[in-house]
Design a protein around this ligand. Structure first.
Ligand code: 13P
Ligand code: SF4
Length: 303
């Protein structure tokens, strides 16, 4: 606790020196969320990165999030506490595979989940996140959509659009692990609880949800619901904001395995160190960034 206090004091000082803003995803460790200037889901964090006037953005999340921030704010320094924090789902799609699919479906437009590399975004018509996926799909001027890389979110979106999705077979290891059996057991144990679930979970699990949405949407729903008890089907870091917003409510995570090990690679010590050394910085080659930026900016414009 003493060490964390010293780290937090050092952080306040460094933030001023570097004119830095600290952005944290809801899946980050509590010790990071506590000191963040702004917490959010993937969409709100991308929006914040695009609009901040700080010189330095410290992105506490996984690598693709830092990359998206750098693409949207190319003149700013974007730091990430540990560049080894990756997203296995983002790595499940490669440029060659996507180009092949585009060649097979020349009339289709490509909608890419923000959980993807800059190279994939550069091959994309428009990006989306879990909070705006349906809106984005319905805004696209094409009947056929190539959807990468999350098959579970793709299945969910397909149920809310008349367009035909050609779905890539990627998935989030963390959310995909949650099973119907897990949820059935939790519902038996907590019969009065509402089940809130992220659309990165399997379709049959999502179908059991009393509410389906992005991290921010889940947090807002729980805050406003009249229910007092929830079974949560998303990553455990979300508990920080859920409990902060609704101290009188009870949150049971659906299993103890709803932990993204990549998100937890970052910690307070590494956060302070990256602002001290101004390393590691996110770099995206300008030719890639310029193309990828279009797909992200189109997403930010969807109303
Ligand atoms: P959201 O931030 O859109 O809820 O997505 C969750 C996620 O898995 C981020 O990696
Ligand atoms: Fe990737 Fe899933 Fe972790 Fe999000 S929770 S960073 S989608 S592995």
């Amino acid at each position: 606790a003493e060490m964390n206090r010293e780290l937090r004091e050092r952080l306040v000082q460094l933030k001023k020196e570097r004119n830095a803003i600290i952005l944290a995803h809801y899946y980050q460790r509590d010790e990071i969320q506590e000191v963040a200037d702004f917490r959010g889901d993937s969409f709100l964090l991308a929006q914040k990165a695009a609009s901040t006037d700080a010189d330095t953005i410290v992105f506490c999340g996984v690598h693709f999030m830092g990359e998206s921030a750098k693409i949207l704010a190319p003149n700013k320094t974007v730091l990430i506490p540990d560049e080894r924090a990756g997203c296995p789902m983002a790595d499940m799609v490669n440029v060659d595979g996507l180009r092949k699919l585009k060649a097979e479906h020349p009339n289709a437009k490509v909608v890419t989940y923000i959980n993807s590399s800059a190279e994939i975004k550069a091959e994309t018509d428009i990006c989306c996140t879990s909070s705006n996926a349906v809106k984005v799909i319905n805004s696209v001027d094409a009947d056929e959509i190539i959807w990468v890389p999350d098959k579970n979110l793709g299945h969910y979106v397909q149920q809310h659009t008349d367009k035909k999705l050609i779905i890539w077979e990627g998935y989030c290891n963390t959310h995909d692990m949650l099973t119907v059996k897990d949820v059935v057991e939790m519902k038996a144990k907590y019969p009065n609880a509402e089940f809130v679930v992220h659309p990165e979970c399997r379709p049959e699990v999502v179908a059991m949800g009393d509410f389906v949405g992005s991290t921010t949407a889940i947090i807002d729903y729980c805050k406003n619901s009249s229910a007092k008890e929830f079974i949560v089907g998303t990553e455990d870091g979300t508990g920080y904001q859920l409990r902060k917003d609704s101290p009188d409510k009870t949150f049971h995570f659906a299993t103890k395995y709803l932990v993204c090990p990549n998100m937890k690679v970052n910690n307070l010590k590494k956060l302070v160190k990256c602002l001290e050394t101004m390393q590691p910085q996110i770099y995206v080659p300008p030719v890639v960034a310029d193309k990828a930026r279009l797909s992200l900016e189109r997403m930010l414009q969807v109303k």
